[in-house]
Ligand binder design. Structure first.
Ligand SMILES: Cc1cc2nc3c(=O)[nH]c(=O)nc-3n(C[C@H](O)[C@H](O)[C@H](O)COP(=O)(O)OP(=O)(O)OC[C@H]3O[C@@H](n4cnc5c(N)ncnc54)[C@H](O)[C@@H]3O)c2cc1C
Length: 353
């Protein structure tokens, strides 16, 4: 077994998880992170059963589980009428079907938990305040670029695609959870609106409401002014929105050049419509370790799945954002579809990896 040490550019979710997976398989890893310190930034993210499976595979689940919350259900709602279109229980049946639980967490909490696991491994060194280019590193050992969707490694060293920014803008906010008549605010609520959608669920120790409102750039208060009363109430409960331009990486023909391999968002940053950014980064770490950090086998194992997810996310966005008669047909289809059939459509995502 080749136990050469690994240099990792980027100490986000993918970088930390890869280092943990490497240390677990007997390698040492050095993470170079450009931030001078890790600040508790970001809002909520979803950890579907595939993310939980990956966290278990890299031995980080015990540290992560306590910071997660278990939403009781996913509720899909029509943003114009407020009507509940589909209720997917995330209880025992869901867990048995996909083999793992469905959780949500603050990104900052997930990052902190992974950092704690990484810090316990003497084989992992973390160097902060290091804005690294591949050229700065020793190429005789493997280099992993986990430098995010706007990866300098991908654009400069691979001379490959810059991330594509979409016309959709995500507005994020985190604020005390309001009580809204007729809406179970503990669920992952997904509101389908013309050319837009809203997702919210409570996260973190104090169970604040994490909300992401997608618009075509208008502020949520303006964009959702003609929505269902309950959705308007939720949107109007805060003015403190943070804009997050949505960008993705078009599928790449390769993730490795020489001794350098892209992982996480730098390799396959995707739109957040299936809430899989962190999950894919975690799956990468588990899969890379499972191939004993063999770049070709890693690409073989992961690329088709990530491309499938990329396409499915684009498709999900189109379906969420339908207007007029097409939106009515979608709503009807969702209402009549048995829960079992709905879940069967998610099997490839949640049960496989
Ligand atoms: C600050 C922040 C907040 C986020 N908040 C959310 C959120 O609330 N909800 C959500 O769903 N997703 C959020 N994301 C995105 C989400 O974390 C990722 O989509 C997913 O986890 C994949 O992670 P990644 O490690 O591939 O990329 P990222 O999480 O983007 O991590 C990349 C890391 O690489 C570092 N880096 C970049 N370039 C260099 C360089 N040249 N040298 C050294 N280090 C470098 C960055 O500082 C960053 O720490 C956030 C990302 C960041 C960076």
């Amino acid at each position: 077994m080749n136990h050469s040490p690994i240099s990792i550019i980027g100490g986000g979710i993918a970088g930390l998880a890869t280092a943990i997976a490497a240390a677990r398989s007997g390698r040492s890893a050095t993470i170079y992170e450009k931030a001078k310190s890790f600040e508790p930034v970001g809002a909520g993210l979803q950890l579907g059963p595939n993310a939980v499976r990956a966290l278990k595979a890299i031995g980080a689940w015990d540290a992560v589980e306590p910071i997660t919350s278990s939403p009781p259900a996913i509720c899909m709602r029509d943003g114009k009428s407020g009507k509940l279109l589909k209720h997917i229980s995330l209880g025992k049946t869901f867990e048995q079907r996909f083999g793992q639980a469905y959780r949500v967490a603050l990104r900052a909490d997930l990052h902190k938990a992974l950092l704690a696991v990484a810090s316990q491994h003497s084989a992992i060194e973390i160097k902060l305040g290091k804005d690294i280019s591949v050229e700065d590193l020793d190429h005789s050992n493997p280099i992993v670029a986990a430098d995010g969707v706007n990866s300098k490694t991908r654009t400069q060293y691979f001379q490959s695609n810059a991330a594509i920014t979409t016309t959709d803008v995500a507005y994020r906010a985190l604020f005390p959870k309001p009580e809204i008549n007729g809406v179970d605010m503990d669920c992952v609520n997904l509101w389908l609106c013309p050319q837009s959608h809203v997702v919210h669920y409570p996260v973190g120790q104090d169970q604040k409401l994490n909300i992401v409102a997608i618009t075509q750039s208008a502020l949520p208060q303006t964009h959702y002014a003609n929505s269902a009363g309950s959705l308007r109430q939720i949107i109007n409960a805060t003015l403190d929105w943070k804009e997050w331009p949505l960008a993705y990486v078009a599928p790449l023909p390769a993730w490795t050049k020489g001794n350098v391999t892209l992982v996480g968002d730098s390799a396959h940053g995707t739109l957040p419509y299936l809430a899989q950014g962190a999950a894919m980064a975690l799956e990468d770490a588990a899969a890379f370790a499972a191939t004993n950090f063999n770049p070709e086998k890693f690409f073989e194992l992961r690329a088709a799945r990530c491309t499938k997810l990329h396409n499915a996310s684009l498709r999900a966005g189109k379906i969420y954002h339908l207007v007029g008669a097409a939106a009515k047909a979608r709503n009807l289809a969702l209402a009549v579809m048995p829960e079992r059939s709905f879940l069967a459509g998610l099997n490839w995502l949640y049960a496989g990896a």
